[in-house]
Design a protein. Structure first.
Length: 96
């Protein structure tokens, strides 16, 4: 029979397995390092074959026809706002 006491209050732990690398971030492999260095040495990140390949693979993984990769979160948000048709002055109409 399961205990009704929380582990915090002396009951049994709900999770008994050690997390291992689960909470070690970021998880970077040798392959990741080599790929990043390759792109940096080429000095071409945007619209490169690497970017286009990433976008194709990501779209396939998500079950979508297309995907876009962005270099920053700000660029991604700007593109999303543009895609939604949000433009200059729209914030004033939202307050009304």
């Amino acid at each position: 029979m399961a205990s009704s006491r929380l582990a915090l209050l002396g009951g049994p732990k709900a999770i008994t397995r050690e997390p291992g690398d689960l909470f070690t971030w970021p998880i970077v492999t040798r392959e990741d390092e080599e790929a990043v260095l390759d792109v940096l040495h080429r000095r071409a990140m945007s619209s490169s074959d690497v970017t286009k390949e990433f976008e194709r693979e990501y779209a396939a993984w998500q079950g979508r026809k297309h995907a876009l990769g962005f270099s920053t979160g700000t660029a991604a948000i700007q593109a999303a706002m543009f895609a939604c048709g949000v433009g200059v002055g729209d914030e004033s109409s939202a307050r009304a």
